[in-house]
Write a protein that binds this ligand. Structure first.
Ligand code: ATP
Ligand code: MG
Length: 424
């Protein structure tokens, strides 16, 4: 698929957005990936949506592979339902709550345990209906008090939330480990490093696990063992002390961004919402549950935080909005006076685009007229697609200059070899 930048809905902006400190927001806004409406509220512009969709599809592939099914729940939440679990009043600091015109009170979901558990009571009746695991990628609303980390902390943001249902703790724990492994694969494929961090598990289990990406801009503090790479967050440190239990090694304090969190819920929701099944002997028992979150929009911001330089964003290959950014150098003299095929970069671009499309690569062509080469190159560095191809009339007909955005290295390669370079 090929898009032409002259026709693209957004263009790069010259100036940093006002009232934004966070690097992720500054770069994503300037490069045309997101727009800020107000603190913590963002639009995903066409290129931003491409990135998020690629993140989401990696998540979907890995979760579907381990037997999870996708659904989509409403953002509106019934007060009566949340009163059953006692969260309507206790969580009103984070949950947006309002009255409609008839005076009926409703909330906006910041998590979906109540809704999914109530739905599950309609379908899960016996141990034969278990296990189940369902997820959604959906908009969450949270009245976050400190919306100052750009897209890392939205008041409205995307979350992938997965809920699993099991006959007993043993089966639940086995599935929990399976999802932990799936999460490792997801973040690896997305291209960010994560440390699995033990965090407090609340009342139902000793620990929950956070997937933390080490970054100075993170709001969390974690303590990482330099030997085994296991980590504890600050709550656990206060309980267990500053040494790694397994290695007896001192833990190193780091700032980190929580990109994912997995949680054993026990029977907290199944008991109050009536999700019971009959086991093989006919005994009724509450279903064991767990929940698993990833924030795709926070993940996008995290990639920018850990992968940028003074010139702009450097996307990882798997989630970059395009595989290649073609910069067409329109030298006015050769374009206008010399209309023969070999020296005309427009013709050459078309030929290359054809070949790249055949190779199933996604291409952005900067075909703008009246924009200097320097400006196009700076924009390409800001947007951050991993490979840039500069098409002028210097190189031979079957060759192009390809630049690696990360290393800045420029190579002259045969057009037929481009796909190989990108894929390795
Ligand atoms: P935090 O401690 O950062 O506030 P949390 O522990 O409350 O997050 P969870 O309820 O575990 O978050 O949500 C699951 C995932 O959703 C998080 O791991 C994160 O990736 C994402 N997420 C949570 N809050 C936000 C937010 N305000 N903006 C963007 N993503 C978020
Ligand atoms: Mg969390």
């Amino acid at each position: 698929m090929t898009d032409y930048y002259s026709k693209h809905f957004t263009k790069t902006l010259k100036e940093d957005p006002k009232d934004e400190e966070a690097i992720n927001a500054k770069l994503l806004i300037r490069a045309g990936f997101i727009d800020k409406q107000m603190a913590g509220v963002f639009t995903l512009l066409p290129m931003g949506l491409k990135v998020v969709n690629k993140i989401n599809n990696i998540i979907r592939e890995e979760l579907n592979t381990v037997g999870c099914q996708e659904l989509f729940m409403p953002a509106f939440q019934s007060k009566e339902l949340w009163e059953k679990t006692d969260r309507w009043n206790t969580d009103n600091q984070v949950m947006y709550q309002m009255k409609d015109n008839s005076g009926k009170e409703v909330g906006l979901g910041y998590t979906h345990e109540e809704v999914i558990t109530e739905i599950a009571t309609k379908y899960i009746r016996s141990y034969k209906d278990l296990p189940q695991a369902v997820y959604q990628i959906q908009t969450k609303f949270r009245d976050e008090p400190r919306a100052k980390s750009g897209i890392l902390r939205g008041k409205e943001f995307l979350m992938k939330d997965l809920y699993s249902f099991h006959i007993d703790i043993k089966n639940r724990d086995k599935f929990y480990e399976k999802i932990k492994e799936a999460y490792k694969k997801i973040f690896k494929r997305i291209g960010i490093d994560t440390v699995v961090t033990s965090a407090s598990g609340g009342t139902f289990s000793k620990y929950s696990h956070e997937f933390q990406t080490i970054s100075e801009s993170g709001e969390d503090t974690i303590f990482v063992c330099s030997k085994c790479q296991s980590a504890n967050n600050s709550e656990i440190i206060n309980e267990n002390g500053k040494n790694c239990k397994e290695c007896n090694q001192e833990l190193v304090e780091k700032k980190a961004i929580e990109v994912g969190n997995i949680f054993k819920l026990g029977t907290r929701f199944s008991k109050v919402l009536g999700l019971y099944v009959a086991d093989a002997t006919g005994n009724k028992k509450p279903v064991e549950m767990a929940s698993y979150g990833i924030g795709p929009t926070r993940v996008m911001g995290t990639i920018v935080e850990v992968s940028h330089d003074g010139k702009g964003i450097i996307w990882t290959k798997s989630v970059s909005p395009y595989d290649i950014h073609i910069i067409q150098i329109l030298n006015s003299k050769s374009e206008i006076l010399n209309n023969n095929k070999t020296s005309n970069s427009k013709f050459k671009t078309e030929e290359i685009v054809n070949q790249l499309e055949k190779a199933d690569l996604d291409v952005l062509v900067d075909d703008r007229e009246g924009i200097s080469t320097g400006e196009k190159l700076a924009d390409a560095d800001l947007i951050g697609i991993p490979y840039q191809i500069i098409i002028g009339d210097k190189t031979a007909e079957d060759e192009v200059e390809i630049k690696d955005r990360k290393t800045g290295k420029v190579e002259i390669v045969k057009i037929a070899e481009i796909k190989k370079i990108i894929n390795n």
